[in-house]
Design a protein around this ligand. Sequence first.
Ligand code: HEC
Ligand code: HEC
Ligand code: HEC
Length: 114
Amino acid sequence: MTRIARTLRRLTLLFAVLVASTAAAGGLDKLPADYTFKPSDGSPGKVTFSHGSHVDPKKPGCTTCHPKFWKTLSPGATADGKPIRHDVMEKGGQCGTCHGKAAFGFDSCDLCHR
Ligand code: HEC
Ligand code: HEC
Ligand code: HEC
């Protein structure tokens, strides 16, 4: 891991801990479970999406993602039913709605693939 990747990882872990402690202090009691995507061919490792690091329990804002981008009733499914692909994400689709813009991009694979 590069130094930047390590720093980013520490920051995101800190962020997750902060979010988790806010959850304990009030707001939503419980967030939906983490979801691990089924790796597609060539995936360098499993990607787990965590609501804990994406949702502020005080201002849940579930509609940022559901149902516009992600279905809730069929876990793992994108709204348009297409598989997650980097060419789509690089153009701002799927996780690339934020990653590569407001959130870290796709250079450090192990921030997502673990
Ligand atoms: C940043 C985007 C984002 C936000 C915000 C978000 N989710 Fe999700 N959610 C996802 C993704 C990605 C998945 C996993 C893929 C899927 O199931 O479509 C998921 C999965 C789920 C699932 C299915 C989980 C499973 O394993 O069965 C439920 C239920 C869910 N979300 C509810 C919520 C609720 C309630 C909120 C607000 C508190 C919320 N989500 C906020 C992106 C988001
Ligand atoms: C609504 C915007 C948004 C969407 C959509 C989104 N993310 Fe994030 N994600 C963030 C932000 C903000 C952070 C905090 C770190 C940062 O600012 O770079 C984050 C952090 C993460 C982290 C590091 C923390 C952790 O949970 O380990 C991972 C991994 C991650 N996102 C994966 C994903 C994946 C996979 C998807 C698509 C299924 C996705 N994200 C969709 C905004 C988003
Ligand atoms: C922001 C999160 C994120 C980052 C960073 C990321 N990926 Fe992915 N990647 C995903 C998700 C989500 C999938 C779909 C689930 C799967 O196949 O494991 C995926 C799928 C893939 C796939 C199979 C689908 C396709 O588009 O070919 C490959 C190959 C891949 N990633 C390579 C990489 C490499 C190499 C890096 C680093 C240069 C990287 N990824 C960084 C989230 C990410």
